[in-house]
Design a protein around this ligand. Structure first.
Ligand SMILES: Cc1ncc(COP(=O)(O)O)c(C=O)c1O
Length: 357
């Protein structure tokens, strides 16, 4: 046995003080969960049956190349299959993008506040986060983000629409930004909520990546497709980046049930679009009601709304929970509330009405 049994294993210095990812609180059985931007619907038609059938084979490893799913994604989005790379949720793919591009002495730029995994996975990579504050109207400040680019910048996250504010940037704004970013900096357009976007000015990242080798688009099956628990997401990127994602993937990371469910969900697009439309209509209703109550609330292109409550945030979340809905508070800043079942949205609106005056 070594002499120094008392000393702990040496961990990487970069991990010191790493912020913990806080999952949306799990409510008790009687409350609605509006804290994780999940889809309130059951699996799309046919998905559960296929997954149940495939359960019989889970003594076997999954298809390591995720070939069937990648081919379906390529066909659905009209891109070469070599441009598709899958991972364990889009957050898994985002982490691989960092592994592929960034390390100590490098810089990663993103808006703040934005998706709370960005600072965590950036810190794990060893790179430095450069957080660019949102504008007063809760949107990315793309000019400031372009100004923040230095020789050290390796990757920029653009979250469109932004989590947690719901605000989206337009095609003109994004193109102008992309034109300013050097070609050796990877821009990751994170479109986790793309299926809920209705503003025609908001671009489809998949169109923008086509003639830009330094752009990658992140998509997920967790939100609109309702597969959050199965953990599967993907990137569409030019071959060098997609190859790097395959090289950094955990072998067999995308499990067999997730692969089957994602393929089947892509094939149920009609039902998917109907569900998204119903949630968008609820979003419209909720936003109108909030404004009627006197709230200043940013337009949302995602499946959630954002209330900038400042010091009242934690109190609001507690009152919402007591009333039967669990929301996502960011203490001192605001609360993000997922659009869920009509009944849940109504409870949230009642709590908001009490808070408005
Ligand atoms: C902007 C954004 N990107 C990525 C993700 C990660 O989703 P998943 O890893 O489930 O695909 C989320 C989830 O909340 C998100 O809000």
């Amino acid at each position: 046995m070594a002499d120094d049994v008392q000393t702990a294993p040496k961990l990487r210095e970069a991990l010191r003080g790493i912020p913990a990812y806080r999952p949306g609180k799990i409510p008790d059985a009687s409350a609605f969960k509006l804290s994780s931007n999940e889809n309130p619907y059951p699996p799309l038609p046919g998905v559960l049956e296929k997954v149940q059938q495939s359960c019989e084979n889970f003594n076997r490893y999954p298809d390591m190349g995720v070939s069937l799913l990648s081919a379906e994604i390529a066909e659905r989005f009209g891109v070469p299959v070599e441009h598709v790379a899958t991972g364990t949720g889009s957050v898994g793919v985002a982490q691989q993008l960092l592994q592929a591009t960034s390390g100590p002495a490098d810089e990663v730029i993103y808006a703040w506040r934005s998706f709370e995994a960005y600072p965590i996975i950036t810190q794990i990579s060893g790179a430095t986060s450069i957080k660019v504050p949102l504008t007063a109207d809760e949107r990315h400040d793309l000019d400031a983000m372009a100004d923040a680019v230095t020789e050290r910048t390796r990757l920029i996250f653009v979250c469109n629409p932004n989590n947690p504010t719901g605000a989206a940037i337009t095609k003109d704004e994004l193109v102008r930004f992309l034109d300013r970013v050097p070609g050796d900096v990877l821009v990751v357009i994170d479109e986790a909520y793309k299926e809920f976007v209705r503003d025609p000015e908001v671009p489809d990242g998949v169109e923008l990546y086509r003639d830009r080798p330094n752009v990658a688009v992140l998509r997920t099956f967790s939100k609109a497709y309702g597969l959050a628990g199965l953990r599967v997401g993907f990137a569409i990127a030019h071959e060098p980046v997609a190859d790097a994602l395959r090289a950094t993937a955990v072998p067999f990371g995308v499990n067999s049930l997730a692969q089957v469910a994602a393929v089947e969900s892509l094939r149920a697009e009609e039902a998917l679009l109907e569900r998204c439309e119903a949630l968008v209509q609820e979003r419209t209703r909720v936003l109108a009601a909030l404004r009627e109550q006197g709230w200043t609330v940013p337009s949302s292109e995602a499946n959630f709304v954002w209330l900038r409550l400042g010091e009242r945030t934690v109190d609001f979340a507690a009152k919402a929970e007591a009333a039967g809905v669990v929301v996502r508070p960011f203490a001192g800043e605001g609360a993000r509330i997922t659009i869920g079942e009509v009944e849940a949205n109504d409870i949230f609106l009642r709590v908001a009405a009490e808070f408005a005056d």
